[in-house]
Design a protein around this ligand. Sequence first.
Ligand code: ATP
Ligand code: SF4
Length: 383
Amino acid sequence: MTGAATVLDIRRLCVDYGVGEDAVHAVSDVSLTLRRGEILGLAGESGSGKSTLVFAITRLLRPPAVITGGEAIFFPRDASANKRQNGSFSVSESSDAFIRDDALTGGPTDILRLSPANLRAFRWNELAIVFQSAMNSLNPIMPISAQIMDVMRTHRPQMSATERKQRAAELLRLVGIAPDRLGSYPHELSGGMRQRVGIAIALALNPDIIIMDEPTTALDVVMQREILNEITRLREQFNFAVLFITHDLSLLLEIADRVAIMYAGRIVEEGTQRDLYLHPRHPYSYGLIHSFPSLHGPRQRAIGIPGSPPDLRAVPSGCAFHPRCPLAMPVCTTALPQLLPQPSAEQTRVACHLYAPTATGEPPTADEMRAGYEALAKGSGSL
Ligand code: ATP
Ligand code: SF4
């Protein structure tokens, strides 16, 4: 996945709730790249700014939220390339209905500055969202067929009613629901099936990017597993990129290609799933990964991260994690660590003074981080 082209480049994004001195800096200076066909996971505790980031790049933020800086650049595919190369949809093979609406194929486009008309064309066509609440957001008095076909009616007016219906049946089949359920109403489906319908709607126009905001949180673990497998299979078939948001890092370590960890509105570590799992560098990442029992390797006692995430109206100075960090040093209370590439791993970036080029001494080992957390749990802090 390393060589895949960029499809979305979020650059120095900042989002506040409110203005002036009382503004809550929910997303601060976030830069992230999503590549074609990859699953990029975004994890962090509740309140770390994940949903605000997603709402910003999809232009769904409502006041008092204000985007105070940054860009979200979407890179359209080569206009000569066709989505059909990446998978086969039965309807698209026989009609022009799924050849791209080329409004956005001219070149890179800043989503944050799209005109209302281009934003309408962009949504669903290029980027679709599956929310945690998708399973509850279906209209209870409309059969699911009508709800799937609505997206096509709005964005592909040239499709005939027969094509829309064929396509809706195909989409249901793709997400593992028998097409004879097309006439079902949401209350006739299980929660997992309703969430699958949400995914089918997101797939309707074969977008390049699908954002999934806690799509499986409300489901039991068996259903969660089935849906994750489904997402992985569909991604392989259609090569869309996924930005997958969750507070459950263990889930991301299973399905994502790369993972970014957010804390207090900033990215604190980013890397491949494997590197992050085997060598978490930021003390917060280490704490998150080791707060759930590992299914592989030797048995280790789970550790907990003491305290709770900061109130974003009063973020701690310096590194926002310092009041909870087992390895905090005096500099951590005053200087904000920069998110910097790591020479030891090509795709990894870390925001921690322990890994800065100016750091004296070796970065901490896993044993040292564990010992630090254990000492904190016993009440002997680092600072
Ligand atoms: P969760 O996993 O609980 O959804 P999250 O990581 O997605 O959390 P956000 O919902 O983006 O976090 O919230 C980020 C911060 O912005 C939180 O501290 C929250 O208190 C603040 N926030 C969110 N919505 C508003 C609002 N309408 N007004 C003021 N502050 C808000
Ligand atoms: Fe801990 Fe300091 Fe690194 Fe922050 S910068 S994670 S406080 S060591």
